[in-house]
Design a protein around this ligand. Structure first.
Ligand SMILES: [Zn+2]
Ligand SMILES: [Zn+2]
Length: 426
């Protein structure tokens, strides 16, 4: 079967392509991408006037909650939400129950994904057993079982000696290592950003130093071990000078942020809104601006969702007891498009951070329109405005401060290998 996508704006950051043209797919593979493709045999035509045609997004930071917390999310619903968000490959964090610290859990996730997942799932395994920060897991066996990277996400490896050994060990096995930068001795018991609002609301604050100190330690270890570290979900302006320094010193690292850190401020929690309780916390206007500039300058190369589903059981309770996290797979694209609208990034630069760079971190070839690649295509209306209703959200959990708010930019269709998904029906 042949599918011809006509007259779309073709954007493929892996090949630096951005032009109005056509894309031809045959039997689930990319056959041709050209200004104008004429074809006289039987073909399914998709008109893409005023729409953007892109390779699928790669989200390096997702919590699928399976195994163990399937009331919040499972592999099927999480990956369905990914599909609707245009994310056709994702890496899932290991803080499941049990945590993914053994080849058995890694294999279980991959097996469930092969049966249930809508998109490609790459499991990330733990750095330390039970994420306790003490005993390093068996990286070789985990990699062999299918783990794509290691991380103790949710926790920082507090012991610098353990982290240094883990980095050397990960270097040996050529496994990416992802750090959740949070010095718990500074953040323990914290609820929101430390500052005016934490004082006003009488909630314990999380200072920016909890993140900055962790980032700096990880960069110093990356310098010493010459093993690249991936710094997850950066939230504060305080880390930026250290990222600059690390670039100047040629220290191997990559940095990530999430849409909420360049979109929202701590003001969101003013009414004790648990939907805006995330870790690291939402910070100030100045932090938001600094994160956007760091994205523009290329100090932060990856945008990920940190999709963290929680049910009302964990969210519709007093602020102090509510869990940290918000879902993000279906807001990743519309919120990131604001960076183009506000002039921080060109489309090619934005999609490099959403497709190519996260693939590089994981050590995989990015989705691309190169001839012969399997078809992973999303068709996006960057101008469509809509309200993010519970019905649109495909995740089991609806915990996002963007619920019932207006968004701009929507995935209309996905072509994944031989399947066409029409997502504009809701
Ligand atoms: Zn984290
Ligand atoms: Zn996370």
């Amino acid at each position: 079967m042949k599918i011809l996508i006509k007259k779309g704006r073709i954007i493929d950051p892996s090949q630096n392509l951005d032009f109005l043209g056509d894309l031809l797919i045959e039997n689930g593979k990319i056959l041709e991408v050209e200004k104008n493709i004429e074809i006289h045999e039987r073909v399914e035509i998709i008109e893409a006037n005023n729409l953007w045609v892109l390779p699928g997004l790669v989200d390096i930071h997702v919590h699928l909650r399976e195994p163990g917390e399937e009331w919040k999310e499972d592999i099927e619903t999480g990956t369905k939400s990914a599909l609707y968000g245009g994310v056709l490959r994702l890496a899932c964090m290991p803080n499941t129950k049990p945590p993914n610290d053994s080849p058995e859990v890694t294999k279980y996730i991959l097996e469930r994904a092969s049966q249930k997942a809508y998109v490609t799932v790459y499991p990330i395994a733990c750095i330390t057993k039970k994420q306790e920060g003490k005993e390093i897991t068996e990286f070789g066996r985990l990699k062999k079982a299918g783990a794509i990277a290691v991380s103790d996400d949710g926790k920082w490896v507090q012991d610098s000696g353990v982290m240094k050994r883990a980095m050397l060990y990960a270097k040996n096995f050529d496994l990416p290592i992802i750090s959740h930068c949070e010095d718990i001795s500074l953040s323990r018991g914290g609820q929101i950003n430390e500052g005016y609002f934490s004082a006003k609301l009488g909630l314990k604050g999380i200072p920016t130093s909890a993140e900055t100190i962790a980032v700096l330690r990880d960069l110093i270890l990356a310098k010493e071990t010459q093993k690249s570290v991936h710094l997850a979900h950066l939230s504060t302006k305080e880390v930026i000078p250290f990222l600059k320094w690390a670039k100047e010193e040629n220290i191997p690292f990559t940095a990530e942020t999430c849409p909420h850190y360049f979109t929202l401020t701590e003001r969101e929690v003013e009414n004790y809104n648990t939907l805006a309780k995330v870790n690291p916390p939402l910070r100030t206007e100045e932090d938001v601006l600094a994160i956007k500039l760091a994205l523009k300058e290329g100090l932060i190369e990856v945008i990920a969702s940190d999709h963290a589903p929680h049910s009302p059981l964990e969210k519709e309770i007093e602020f102090e007891h509510a869990s940290f996290g918000m879902i993000g797979l279906q807001t990743l694209l519309p919120l990131s498009l604001n960076l183009i609208r506000e002039g921080y990034l060109t489309p090619l630069a934005l999609f490099e951070k959403l497709i190519v760079n996260p693939s590089k971190v994981l050590g995989i070839d990015p989705p691309s329109f190169k001839k012969g690649n399997s078809a992973e295509v999303i068709i996006v209306d960057p101008e469509e405005e809509y309200v993010l209703t519970e019905e649109i959200i495909q995740s089991k959990s609806k915990n996002t401060p963007f619920l019932n708010k207006k968004l701009k930019g929507r995935v209309k269709k996905v072509i994944l290998k031989e399947k066409i998904f029409d997502l504009s029906l809701i």
